[in-house]
Design a protein around this ligand. Structure first.
Ligand SMILES: [Zn+2]
Length: 456
């Protein structure tokens, strides 16, 4: 038996459909996430806090697996990438120079009848309040800055103003010189960062898709101004590899070449990668050529040179930048929507997560929990698997059928059952292994079990 052969993504035993084709609704995902301990509303016990979400035991494992896979693919495994982890609170000059203080705004309107506040560009009917239904109650839209403002230190004045960062990118740009001066990398090279970002969205919506606190994975890839196109194409290909690694079905991700009129003024080319979410086709991530906009802003505002001096003695220049920008929650949501499968034949819901992303790799279950010998044997197998794989779950309550269903919904690829045949006779030291995707069960020796799962 070959465990790898069981994997749906390797062999395509079951036709994989996109979330939309699957008929999966956003409510299905939200409900499963709450029911199985993936994602809860933030501050749930106090009635919630709009636009915030908390990750439960399986959710945090899934999210970390997504982030670790990204770090491995885009930082560790490459020799032209370096990681940083900058502070969330930054000098206010960062956000003045980047333009966020002046222009990071959404148009806000307020209803004079119910005082509801809405994003003017997201209203279904421009003159009708979606809250109270009154017409013509909106005044002129005003620019609402989406940064969360705070003060650093005990004095509450202009000089102490800081912001919770609205993007991780500036933490990379402000460390460009530090990395160059300490690591001496050759151009092209990139700096990657993962971390929290905050935006005071006027109307957070669609589950974790648009929330006020979220996580980003960003890369700034520094290139010679004449060579940006080669690097841009390279990153298009890398993004596609990433979508495959996440298990997103072919045809569910779409490349949108952003027209000049819709691009930021400094960007010479932008591609939005969109995914077929249950809420429609929406942005999964973006790839932008930002020219030398950011480094020049920093150079002008800080009066420090952002020039790069090639080791071969060539002329110094300010590098240009290709920016692949990934949202963690949007990736997690795309993974969940792709993996969600209502298996009508077996009347079950399954999360067909890629093995590497599954929060639990194997569940171990003794068939009877009141038999000390059986439990001891099962514990022994559990301990060995846990040492090997880490993400292994012990389950000894409930009936076996119910346990399988629960494990299917959590996306556990393999369930190992230890029964009386494990203890004696011809079948001594064999266990039953069940595949999540096919429900197929096989008896294997414990020796084979470790080898096979280890290779999976
Ligand atoms: Zn109103």
């Amino acid at each position: 038996m070959d465990f790898r052969g069981w994997h749906v993504y390797d062999v395509g035993m079951i036709e994989q459909k996109t979330g939309a084709e699957n008929g999966v609704k956003l409510e299905d995902i939200v409900s499963l996430c709450k029911r199985r301990g993936f994602i809860f509303p933030g501050s749930d016990v106090y009635g919630g806090l709009a636009g915030t979400w908390d990750y439960g035991p399986y959710g945090v494992a899934l999210k970390r697996n997504v982030m670790n896979l990204w770090w491995k693919m885009f930082v560790t495994e490459r020799d032209d990438m370096y990681g940083v982890d900058a502070a969330i609170l930054m000098n206010q000059k960062v956000w003045q120079a980047s333009g966020h203080v002046d222009t990071f705004t959404d148009p806000l309107v307020e209803c004079s009848n119910c005082h509801g506040r809405f994003r003017a560009d997201k209203l279904e009917k421009a003159d009708t309040c979606p809250n109270c239904g009154q017409k013509n109650t909106f005044g002129e839209a005003r620019a609402f800055n989406m940064m969360f403002k705070t003060n650093v230190g005990p004095v509450d004045d202009e000089a102490s103003i800081s912001y919770l960062r609205p993007e991780t990118a500036q933490g990379i740009f402000t460390n460009f010189k530090n990395v160059v001066d300490t690591i001496y990398p050759d151009v092209p090279f990139g700096i990657g960062q993962q971390g929290k970002a905050f935006r005071n969205e006027i109307s957070p919506r669609d589950f974790v898709f648009r929330s006020r606190e979220f996580e980003q994975m960003e890369i700034e890839y520094f290139v010679h101004p004449d060579a940006w196109e080669v690097s841009f194409d390279h990153w298009v290909e890398q993004c596609k590899k990433w979508f495959t690694a996440l298990g997103l079905p072919e045809g569910s991700v779409h490349e949108l070449e952003v027209a000049e009129a819709d691009r930021a003024h400094y960007s010479k080319r932008t591609i939005d990668f969109e995914f077929d979410y249950p809420i429609g086709r929406e942005e999964l991530m973006g790839l932008a050529y930002r020219t030398d906009f950011d480094l020049m802003n920093i150079q002008n505002a800080s009066k420090k040179s952002m020039e790069y001096r090639p080791k071969d003695g060539g002329a110094a220049y300010v590098p240009h930048v290709i920016e692949p920008s990934f949202g963690v929650e949007r990736a997690v949501m795309a993974v969940l929507c792709s993996a969600y499968w209502h298996d009508t034949e077996n009347d079950r819901v399954v999360l067909r997560l890629p093995y590497e992303l599954a929060p639990v790799k194997v569940a171990v279950c003794p068939l009877a929990r009141n038999n000390p010998e059986l439990v001891a044997k099962a514990r022994e197998i559990y301990a060995m698997l846990k040492k090997e794989l880490g993400d292994v779950l012990w389950i000894d309550s409930g009936n076996i059928g119910k346990n399988y269903r629960k494990m299917d919904e959590i996306g556990v690829p393999y369930c190992v059952t230890v029964d009386f045949d494990t203890l004696e006779g011809d079948t001594k030291d064999t266990v039953t292994v069940r595949s999540r995707d096919t429900t197929e069960q096989e008896r294997v020796t414990t020796t084979d079990l470790f080898t096979l799962i280890h290779e999976a």
